[in-house]
Write a protein that binds this ligand. Structure first.
Ligand code: COA
Length: 254
């Protein structure tokens, strides 16, 4: 069964994360399906906006940590890299509806979206440092840029969970919406975009993003190189083992 559900209706391409038994932790297969879905939406002349969501109480628990244990390489052709490039360079607007866990890439992918709606109890987290790895998806540039350095440093260095209000104060959530109307609110925003002149929408998004498109692409390649080293590091392997053994990691010997 695919853990990514896609549907195109009313000029909106919908991408749903659906691996709820694992809190929508993202596998290579899921990244590949999302990259393909984004490419298909970009190529489809009838699509005017893209909507990404999970369940109202579960967006994504980040990269599947079992995949990290296998020490994957983040080269250009890796599904996660294809997905990151696709979301970072999408010409069509992307709207996200987020609730429940939004961990790791479950948060960093939002920095590439155009409109983000979040349920009040969304549990955002950037746990990279505590996992012995580093931030990805260009977030080491985007978050300081969006939130300001100290706010980003708190979220990235301490890596503690934070709620939708804090995410809104950090600047990457547009509106806090009750879980029961979350998807509808995001879908309405996508419909509003779909009703606008498409070329004007595309050009406006392009102008807003073009100044940092090249540095962002370069940074994502740099981050990926370091991430490939870091997932194999003893620090990271200790953190991943601790997660699956349901214990606190012990970094005292490093
Ligand atoms: N990778 C692999 N499996 C994951 C996962 C992940 N990132 N996140 C959750 N799961 C699995 C759990 O192992 C558990 O599986 P099991 O039922 O077979 O034991 C199941 O999903 C439910 O997770 P659980 O931790 O029991 O749910 P929770 O509601 O108590 O907590 C989270 C939810 C998201 C806060 C917690 O699962 C978590 O912190 N996950 C890891 C997040 C992370 O570090 N991601 C990587 C970022 S780079």
């Amino acid at each position: 069964m695919s853990h990514i559900v896609t549907e195109t209706r009313d000029r909106i391409a919908r991408i749903e994360l659906a691996r709820l038994d694992k809190k929508n932790a993202l596998t290579a297969e899921m990244y590949a399906a999302m990259a393909d879905a984004l490419a298909a939406a970009e190529a489809d002349r009838d699509v005017r906006a893209i909507l990404i969501h999970g369940a109202p109480d579960c967006f994504a628990a980040g990269n599947d940590l079992a995949d990290f244990v296998k020490r994957p390489s983040f080269d250009d052709s890796a599904p996660v890299m294809r997905f990151m490039r696709a979301i970072a360079t999408a010409a069509k607007p992307i709207v996200a509806a987020v609730g429940g866990p939004a961990v790791g890439i479950g948060t960093t992918m939002l920095l590439h979206c155009d409109l983000v709606y979040a349920a009040p109890k969304t549990r955002f987290q950037l746990p990279f440092v505590g996992l012995g790895i580093i931030p990805e998806a260009g977030s080491s540039m985007l978050l300081p840029m969006i939130a300001g350095y100290q706010r980003a440093a708190e979220l990235m260095l301490l890596g503690k969970p934070f709620d939708a209000e804090k995410a809104m104060a950090a600047g990457f959530v547009n509106e806090i919406v009750p879980p029961e109307s979350l998807l509808e609110r995001a879908r309405q925003a996508a419909l509003d975009i779909a009703a606008l002149p498409p070329a004007s929408v595309r050009l406006t998004k392009q102008f807003m993003k073009q100044r940092y498109a090249k540095p962002l692409a370069e940074l994502m390649v740099e981050e990926a190189k370091v991430l490939t080293e870091r997932v194999g590091s003893p620090e990271a392997q200790e953190a991943f083992s601790a997660f699956f053994e349901k214990r606190k990691p012990d970094f005292s010997r490093f």
